[in-house]
Design a binder for this molecule. Structure first.
Ligand SMILES: [Zn+2]
Length: 366
């Protein structure tokens, strides 16, 4: 399974938009522009600037959710900057940031380099050497390439979570091409990296009923039992919450069917408890929440070999994520978790039923 050309195009579109916590405007503008130019898509924004895009008519019963920010720095106007989000992921690794090259959103704008860690407590504070005048409050991002495809890897300054945003637009493209007549939504939330701000606002504002299925899409640090290239992951929970068992069963049923029909479709199932994700917020608010994620390398741009590098995922894993989302969209509402579970248990029961009966007397009389 290679990366579809449609997905590649959406990745180029979305990953070229600089972003930071509380400064996601360029990503949202790009998505709104796609909605404006695409028949059958609608967009609405809530009071906190979260963006819901809907394909088809009426209210979506299924919404895929992702976040549009990424850890970045905010210039304080006095030669220092505050780090927003976990970059690097652990405060003990703060020194990794020394020497990191930064730029403003405007590629021709001022540049800077981190020279010293002033405080490694969150939010971290660093000293900068700047080339050009930095405005107070200006976002600074790592000076790394937008996107590079090589050796089966998809590398980017921001994989987490803009690859998921591009996957949502590709889902819409594919549904449109297939003349799909149902309804599905994609929710783009803000400020996830600083504590789920956007998602927390959205659950307070939204009028979507709690019966809505929300499948959160994330990138999550690859672990020894969830390697690259073994497929996107059915994330059954994060470090604080187990997600809806029915939604996980539906997602896995669809994945099993896809794997049965095509040897290039692979998936994994795991509790990714290395971090939290927004599905916890949706579950906590009473939605039917599930989650899919991709194994991520150089999480939050921290290379285990030192320094700040591009994040990466496996290209096939990414393509399979979109396949999975598309297939689940088509099946959503048609799958009955009670019947699915019953079918599974019936098959198991048939395996041991006869022997159980045959040996029952002996066990009871012993
Ligand atoms: Zn993140």
């Amino acid at each position: 399974m290679t990366l579809g050309t449609d997905f590649h195009r959406r990745l180029e579109q979305i990953l070229s938009c600089p972003t930071a916590p509380f400064d996601e405007g360029l990503v949202h503008a790009s998505i709104r522009e796609t909605v404006r130019r695409t028949q059958g898509l609608r967009a609405s924004e809530d009071a906190d600037g979260n963006l819901l895009v809907t394909y088809g008519r009426g209210r979506p019963g299924l919404v895929f959710a992702c976040h549009t920010d990424h850890p970045a720095l905010r210039a304080e106007g006095d030669g220092t900057a505050t780090v927003l989000g976990g970059m690097p992921p652990h405060p003990l690794e703060a020194s990794m940031l020394v020497g990191a090259r930064l730029r403003s959103f405007d590629p021709d704008g001022p540049r800077a380099q981190v020279t010293r860690i002033l405080s490694s407590k969150r939010p971290m504070r660093v000293r900068l050497r700047a080339a050009g005048k930095l405005r107070k409050g200006q976002s600074l991002i790592l000076d790394l390439p937008d996107l590079r495809l090589s050796g089966g890897r998809l590398q980017a300054r921001v994989v987490d979570d803009l690859v998921a945003a591009a996957a949502c637009l590709t889902l819409f493209d594919r549904l449109r091409r297939a003349r799909y007549r149902g309804t599905v939504g994609a929710l783009f939330t803000r400020a996830e990296e600083v504590g789920f701000g956007g998602a927390l606002g959205w659950v307070r504002n939204t009028r979507l009923p709690r019966s809505t299925t929300i499948v959160n899409l994330e990138m999550s640090k690859a672990l020894p039992h969830t390697p690259f290239g073994a497929g996107p992951i059915l994330r059954v929970g994060d470090r604080s919450t187990i997600f809806d068992a029915d939604v996980s069963l539906e997602l896995e049923t669809v994945a099993r069917e896809l794997a049965g029909g095509s040897p290039s479709f692979r998936y994994q199932r795991a509790l990714m408890d290395g971090g939290g994700c927004e599905a916890t917020i949706y579950a906590g608010a009473g939605f039917r929440a599930g989650a899919l994620c991709l194994p991520l390398g150089n999480t939050h741009n921290h290379s285990p070999r030192g320094g700040m590098k591009m994040e990466y995922v496996d290209q096939e894993d990414a393509e399979n994520l979109v396949c999975w989302m598309t297939a689940y969209t088509r099946q959503h509402g048609k799958l009955d978790p009670v019947r699915l579970r019953k079918r599974l248990h019936e098959a198991l029961w048939r395996r041991s039923r006869a022997t159980l009966k045959r040996t029952a007397r002996r066990v009871k009389e012993s």
